[in-house]
Design a binder for this molecule. Structure first.
Ligand SMILES: Cc1cc2nc3c(=O)[nH]c(=O)nc-3n(C[C@H](O)[C@H](O)[C@H](O)COP(=O)(O)O)c2cc1C
Length: 357
């Protein structure tokens, strides 16, 4: 297994960076259940320079479990990116991952995210300057290209390889495709063939099951498999990929509650009023709790995926306001929950833009 910079990972399974999802509590859970690498969601290089409160939230990590700690940054200007990567290193980052795939317009119009696919020399400059400024391994996550007429992932691999990238993750859809259609795994095969053992390739896209992950490894020859939506509500997938079992109803309930408690602590930890006099102390506590509960509702919906009466539970979840209500509702639903084949087949969409806010 090719290492990523100085890091020999314990297996081939990587949690995808997901805005609004891959926060510290979920990353820690994925690590505990067997993921080998869990990069953060995309963090703005401009925000890092200012160490804004919102950015500080993304920088929080747990050294006990997050080994190595990979921080994904986005931005279009090499100097700003290099300076912000130094800040990231000071805050504990051990790997800097550059987002070259985000399709959202407010990101691409600044030349960042998948906008970098249109300017390979600048993308290479980013990698080189960040490496030189930090001395850290630098990885990047790309798409197949901007659109079907411009699938330049092999050119990107050449440029980024020459700049010293330590690993390249590819989500083989074009920017124009967004999340529609299916990921074209033949790009992963071509990429791995092209770069050989120069650096590891992390394949990504549409892996939902253990069988999918093994099929990706076998058919494309990639070094690592990155899983995003397939891990939503199902972090046990990582344990199963390492030969372990899926959860019992009791364990599912315990883990959902563990995740919720960690999430509550995480949100409370940096909850701030918009104005100093916005809340009384008591009201402040309640507002922080409400914010945590609201942000956790999506996880509850995902955890219910594939279980009997999931749709009824999801309706109830949208009315939850307090931590006590979440705990009671989870115990009622998950402790007795049985698998349901029809629910398991139901597709559920995740809107990337919504997650980005
Ligand atoms: C809600 C959501 C948020 C995402 N945020 C990011 C992000 O911050 N950085 C990034 O590189 N990709 C992001 N992605 C893309 C995923 O990392 C991944 O490439 C994509 O979901 C395809 O993999 P999958 O089929 O396993 O989900 C996001 C995807 C989703 C669904």
């Amino acid at each position: 297994m090719l290492p990523i910079g100085p890091y020999t990972l314990r297996n081939r399974w990587v949690l995808a960076p997901m805005a609004g999802v891959s926060e510290m509590p979920f990353r820690v859970l994925a690590f505990k259940l067997g993921a080998a690498l869990c990069p953060t969601e995309l963090v703005s290089s401009q925000g890092l320079m200012r160490l804004s409160p919102r950015t500080m939230r993304y920088l929080r990590h747990d050294k006990t479990y997050e080994k190595p700690y990979s921080l994904q940054i986005f931005g279009g200007e090499p100097e700003v990116m290099a300076k912000s990567a130094v800040v990231a290193k000071e805050q504990g980052a051990e790997i800097i991952d550059i987002n070259m795939g985000c399709p959202v317009k407010k990101v691409t119009k600044t030349g960042a995210g998948s906008g970098l696919m249109c300017d390979p020399p600048r993308a290479g400059e980013l990698v080189r300057m960040i490496r030189e400024a930090t001395g850290l391994p630098v990885t990047a996550k790309i798409r197949a290209g901007w659109d079907s007429a411009n699938k330049n992932y092999l050119q990107m691999a050449d440029v980024l390889g020459a700049a010293g990238v330590s690993a390249l993750a590819i989500h083989p859809r074009t920017r124009a495709q967004g999340y529609s259609g299916s990921a074209d795994w033949s790009c992963i095969t071509a990429l791995k063939k092209h770069v050989g053992s120069k650096f590891p390739v992390i394949g990504n896209g549409d892996v939902k099951t253990v069988a999918d992950a093994h099929r990706m490894l076998e058919t494309t020859g990639c070094d690592y498999v990155m899983i995003g939506r397939g891990a939503l509500g199902n972090p046990w997938l990582f344990r199963q990929l390492n030969g372990g079992e899926g959860p019992t109803a009791e364990e599912r309930c315990t883990v959902v509650l563990e995740h919720f408690r960690a999430h509550l602590k995480f949100v409370r930890g940096d909850f701030k009023p918009r104005r100093p006099d916005e809340y009384s102390p008591k009201r402040f506590e309640r507002a922080a709790e409400n914010a945590a509960v609201h942000a956790f509702r999506k996880h509850l919906g995902w955890y219910a995926h594939g279980l009997k009466n999931a749709s009824i539970f999801r309706n109830d979840v949208n009315r939850l306001e307090t931590a006590a209500e979440v705990l009671a509702s989870c115990e009622r639903f998950f402790l007795g929950a049985e698998a349901d084949a029809r629910e398991a087949e139901a597709e559920y969409d995740v809107d990337y833009r919504q997650a980005l806010g």
